[in-house]
Design a protein. Structure first.
Length: 351
DNA sequence: AAAATTTGACCCCG
DNA sequence: CGGGGTCAAATTTT
């Protein structure tokens, strides 16, 4: 490590840190006035970007080489909602540890795993470790031995469609119900936006309901246009057991703040601008102090079951004979190893 | 009708 | 055997 590059590093870090601080301040002020979902998300994105950039920098700085070049994401970027504290060091550390995957022989399904602790501000009970930017599908819930609250299991909504093997489990803390332990398994390889691509048939009918995913799509586009470059994934979803009665639905919202530029060129988006705003309530009172968030630990995940993964194998195995609308997918199914960056998009659904 | 969640059965591993 | 994790049918939500 040359002192020169080291110095550059430091400068870069400083610069980024400053940017991040400013962004935080901006968020703070924004919070006091009229917070909107859109604005908030964008800010989150920005912060997330900073965070990530810093992470990469620091990381490469300490190891001398940047291995984040991994196919898709490679890093469990935790663009956690509000909290605002980067914890870059911790993340940094954890990253490396996760990166190492022992047992190269059984390269299959060894997803990096890490745990975050998300505590929520809310006397009024609200908001959860919920929105981490991805859409999850709950597939199970289990009562855990010594635990007071059940643990719920989620996997990426696009597991099948996009072969995204990210999963997570959420466990509410026993004594401090405002704390949730979220254990992530694997990183997302999905590109959530392709989901909203309207079918060739009738673009007009592709009305965007207030479905979380689609809303994301909008934000995605929004962010793209604003050049807020991040991983570009948003979504909101509230795990059932984390959601609280919502009486705030009646609050009146005037903030029709939405970049007109965006609405302008995507006509069909315009009609739904309001839908975007409504969920803003969920984050109307955001004050960072109360939301804490930190990495805790990780462990190698090693067991996955057959069914789905095997299907994947089968598909990749004899793709040629399949009758699926999907052509030949001839890549190994290895989320961690390669980027299933499908050049095609799937939308063959018929029962 | 389609998509998401619920929930008991089932499976694997210690 | 029992706990944790997943499946999948039933059910609810959208």
């Amino acid at each position: 490590m040359e002192s020169a590059s080291m110095l550059e590093h430091q400068m870069l870090i400083n610069e980024l840190t400053q940017g991040m601080e400013q962004a935080k301040q901006l968020r703070f002020y924004l919070c006091m006035t009229s917070p909107s979902k859109a604005q908030d998300l964008i800010l989150q994105r920005i912060l997330s970007s900073y965070e990530k950039a810093l992470l990469i920098l620091k990381w490469s700085g300490s190891t001398g080489q940047l291995q984040l070049a991994a196919p898709t994401s490679g890093a469990p970027e935790s663009s956690i909602s509000v909290d605002g504290s980067p914890h870059s060091e911790e993340l940094n550390k954890n990253f490396r540890e996760h990166q190492e995957r022992r047992d190269t022989s059984k390269k299959r399904k060894m997803l990096p795993t890490w745990t975050e602790q998300v505590s929520v501000a809310s006397e009024n009970g609200f908001e959860g470790p919920t929105d981490d930017g991805y859409s999850w599908r709950k597939y199970g819930q289990k009562d855990i031995l010594g635990a007071k609250y059940p643990r719920s299991y989620y996997r990426c909504t696009y597991r099948h469609v996009q072969n995204c093997w990210a999963a997570k489990q959420v466990q509410r803390s026993d004594d401090d119900p405002t704390i949730f332990e979220i254990t992530y398994k694997g990183t997302h390889t999905c590109n959530q936006s392709i989901n909203a691509v309207p079918p060739p048939a009738s673009p007009e009918k592709q009305v965007l309901y207030h479905k979380p995913q689609q809303q994301n799509q909008m934000l995605l586009d929004l962010q793209a246009k604003l050049r807020v470059d991040t991983e570009g994934l948003d979504n909101k979803e509230i795990p059932s057991h984390l959601s609280f009665p919502s009486t705030f639905a009646s609050v009146n919202f005037e903030n029709h703040i939405f970049p007109t530029s965006v609405l302008a060129d995507d006509s069909h988006f315009g009609a739904n601008s309001q839908l975007l705003i409504s969920p803003a309530l969920s984050e109307s009172n955001y004050f960072s102090p109360s939301a804490t968030y930190q990495m805790k630990r990780f462990r190698g995940a090693h067991n996955l079951q057959h069914s789905e993964s095997d299907i994947a194998e089968i598909v990749s195995g004899h793709a040629s004979t399949s009758n699926s609308p999907i052509g030949g997918m001839e890549f190994p199914i290895e989320p961690v190893e390669l980027d299933p960056n499908f050049p095609f998009n799937i939308q063959g659904f018929f029962t």
